[in-house]
Design a protein around this ligand. Structure first.
Ligand SMILES: Nc1ncnc2c1ncn2[C@@H]1O[C@H](COP(=O)(O)OP(=O)(O)OP(=O)(O)O)[C@@H](O)[C@H]1O
Ligand SMILES: [Mg+2]
Length: 501
């Protein structure tokens, strides 16, 4: 991505964004912009533009002015980003802010460069949508807390948010940043080795003692982004705690589907992208971050949705029914590109069969919607699984009493069910509402569909449905409107120190 003033340009995707919002730029205007960017600040003559943009036709010079004026509007009236060089042509003024200079140059060469920076931070070629406040909150939390953990269900955008935060810290400070993904490791020694290797500690390929790792990081001003901790949660927690206790200058930004539960940790629940209410106006729908992301994905796939209200409302329904989860929206957009929007809408009840075929290069847990849930589901205890299946009979919010009335049967006592609810909430399977006096829970639609399938695969569906039908504790039949909450572990969307719990 190339940042020029207030806009960000992707030459590969031929897209222009402003504050995460995809702008409509005509193809000729984009051709001129691309030419100017590739010239790296040198003057591009009118002939060069005419030849590049209208290669097989003879057109008036006036056409260039029309396209340039469209481009100048994007950069802001009166801005001098595109400068006219009298009698010669036009040039892009490289931002005078010194910090931006290498960024622009680097970005111009990005299509040829490696996709990984020295810090190991992956380069993101698509803009992060709807996370401006989250980036600011997490960046701020890292100033005062040694460990910040980004929590959320699979595909909600933890890694992308963490990368954006790390990148902003890397750009604005002298902190060394190191990106480490734990997705493919298991066992405490493998985790230590992986961290040691990324930080350049100890001989490659050998087992590194934890103390050696601690000693080697003691003097470094370091931000470690530890990605995907959930399946090695104990090991990750131990290592993180030791590292930050030994060094006042070390910060850890972890991503996980459940809290590390270390001393001095703050956690941040990554919310789904914002989805439109039923009956929202056209503009409100288009302003929602989930809709913006879905449409941006479709544009990236060279496809689009009709501009009429009916089509926009279909997009709104899709975003709502997919809970505003970026991975689900990404998979859905790639299906729209092939089958169209109506077919996607019709297949939402069948989402696990339909939403497959993610990026070939994505990890298996992100290639299908079902894969995203399987990855977390296999980390649940047997009791948590059973309770999750049973809770899937609630189409909307329910109280703990209702949950116990339905799920505490067979071998499971009310205490077992209550414990399981806490576990399911901390592992991001259950959400809780903020707006009621008594705490209530609900399952996101995709999680509920997944759990219902598991319930029907078991032999207790009839029994659980009967218990639900005769349950008188507070529960609702209508899907929740716009309530979204963090899991029930006491956290909110704001941060809260685990240590204090
Ligand atoms: N705010 C966003 N704007 C645009 N795309 C996003 C956003 N958040 C996430 N995505 C996209 O959604 C997909 C899933 O995001 P990400 O990998 O960050 O999820 P995750 O929560 O880390 O998932 P996992 O638990 O599997 O590690 C990615 O392809 C990413 O590019
Ligand atoms: Mg991730």
């Amino acid at each position: 991505m190339i940042k020029i003033g207030r806009v960000v340009v992707s030459l590969e995707m031929r897209e222009v964004y402003q504050e995460g919002r995809l702008l409509q730029v005509g193809s000729r205007a984009f051709d001129i912009l691309e030419l100017l960017i590739r010239a790296e600040g040198k003057t591009v003559t009118k002939d060069e533009i005419l030849q590049h943009v209208w290669p097989n036709s003879v057109v008036e010079e006036n056409n260039i002015h029309v396209q340039l004026s469209a481009l100048r509007k994007i950069f802001g009236a009166g801005s001098q980003v595109i400068r006219t060089i009298s009698g010669r042509g036009y040039r892009l003024t490289i931002p005078t802010d010194a910090a931006e200079l290498p960024h622009l140059r680097g970005a111009v060469a990005a299509s040829h460069a490696s996709s990984v920076r020295p810090s190991g931070l992956p380069v993101c070629h698509t803009p992060l949508i709807g996370r401006e406040a989250a980036i600011a909150d997490v960046t701020c939390a890292l100033k005062g807390t040694p460990i910040v953990t980004l929590l959320g269900s699979g595909g909600i955008g933890k890694t992308q948010l963490a990368i954006a935060v790390a990148r902003s810290i890397e750009a604005a400070s002298e902190w060394e940043v190191c990106f480490i993904t734990l997705a493919s490791v298991s066992g405490v020694q493998s985790v230590i080795n992986k961290v040691a290797e990324a930080l350049g500690v100890g001989p490659a390929g050998a087992d590194v003692p934890l103390q050696a790792l601690v000693d080697a990081t003691r003097e470094r001003k370091l931000l470690v982004l530890l990605d995907n901790c959930e399946h090695v949660i104990e090991s990750a927690a131990t290592i993180c705690e030791l590292l930050v206790q030994a060094s006042a200058d070390l910060r850890i930004l972890a991503t996980s589907r459940e809290p590390l539960r270390t001393r001095d940790e703050k956690f941040y629940w990554v919310a789904p992208l914002e989805t439109p209410d039923v009956g929202a106006s056209r503009q409100t729908i288009l302003d929602c971050s989930a809709v913006r992301m879905f449409l941006a994905q479709m544009t990236a796939l060279n496809t689009s949705v009709e501009n009429d209200l009916g089509s926009i409302e279909m997009v709104a329904t899709i975003c709502r029914r997919l809970d505003g989860v970026p991975l689900a929206l990404e998979l859905a957009a790639s299906r729209v590109a092939v089958f169209g929007i109506r077919k996607l809408l019709a297949e939402l009840d069948n989402r696990f069969q339909f939403l497959t075929g993610g990026r070939r290069t994505a990890p298996p847990r992100q290639q299908t919607l079902e894969g995203a849930l399987d990855w977390s589901y296999q980390l649940l205890s047997a009791t948590e699984r059973t309770v999750l299946h049973r809770l899937s009979v609630f189409p909307a919010r329910f109280s703990v009493e209702a949950a116990c009335a339905v799920a505490a049967c067979g071998r499971l006592t009310r205490n077992d069910v209550t414990d399981a609810i806490v576990g399911l909430a901390s592992k991001c399977f259950l959400m809780t509402t903020f707006d009621s006096k008594t705490k209530e829970y609900f399952l996101l639609e995709t999680t509920r569909e997944y759990a219902l399938r598991k319930l029907y695969e078991s032999d207790e569906a009839d029994q659980v449905l009967t218990r639900k039908a005769t349950c008188h504790a507070p529960a609702y039949e209508q899907p929740y409107g716009r309530v979204f909450g963090a899991p029930a572990s006491g956290a909110g969307l704001a941060m809260e120190a685990v240590a204090s719990r």
